[in-house]
Ligand binder design. Structure first.
Ligand SMILES: CC(C)(COP(=O)(O)OP(=O)(O)OC[C@H]1O[C@@H](n2cnc3c(N)ncnc32)[C@H](O)[C@@H]1OP(=O)(O)O)[C@@H](O)C(=O)NCCC(=O)NCCS
Length: 135
């Protein structure tokens, strides 16, 4: 995904969300309506699993700790769903994102898939963590 999300991508996300059990979230700059980041949550397995996805921070704001805040917000929202397991995936080599996930209790499940990114196959690493109170 590249920043900013296009109107078409946002419309697609919003229109397909209910069918897929997915909600889309946008972080805004404090005191304004300016978007600074996005994430999504998808309920799976009848609500027993919540998948965090589409984490994206405005590139101009990266490397200042704001991505950490965005991901913590995603995890808090995932906690609030009551799902017992939280999952996500990270592309191999995305060490920054992986570092944040590992430091918040996500662990690789051992499952990987190859996903096409701009015509090239990238390894996507599955991670999961039990929701709080489910340890
Ligand atoms: C992933 C993303 C949200 C992180 O946001 P960010 O603002 O860049 O990251 P932050 O500055 O908040 O935090 C970075 C953390 O990673 C660490 N880090 C930075 N570069 C790193 C690297 N190459 N290897 C390991 N850790 C790294 C930092 O030290 C910091 O950890 P700390 O707080 O323990 O010191 C943002 O970079 C982004 O939107 N990337 C593009 C989309 C994406 O990759 N989404 C995730 C899909 S799984």
């Amino acid at each position: 995904m590249s920043w900013p999300l296009t109107l078409a991508a946002l419309q697609d996300t919003l229109s397909s969300g209910p069918r897929l059990g997915r909600t889309s979230w946008t972080a805004v700059r404090s005191g304004s309506d300016t978007p600074v980041g996005h994430f999504s949550l998808t309920l799976l397995d009848g609500g027993r699993t919540v998948r965090i996805g589409r984490i994206l921070l405005d590139p101009r704001l990266r490397n200042q700790g704001l991505g950490l805040q965005l991901i913590r917000s995603a995890i808090s929202a995932a906690d609030a769903t009551g799902a017992k397991t939280q999952t996500l995936a990270v592309l191999e080599g995305n060490d920054r994102a992986a570092h944040i996930y590992l430091s918040h209790g996500f662990e690789p499940t051992g499952e990987t898939t190859v996903v096409p990114v701009e015509g090239v196959g990238w390894t996507s690493i599955e991670m999961s963590r039990p929701a709080p109170g489910r340890l």
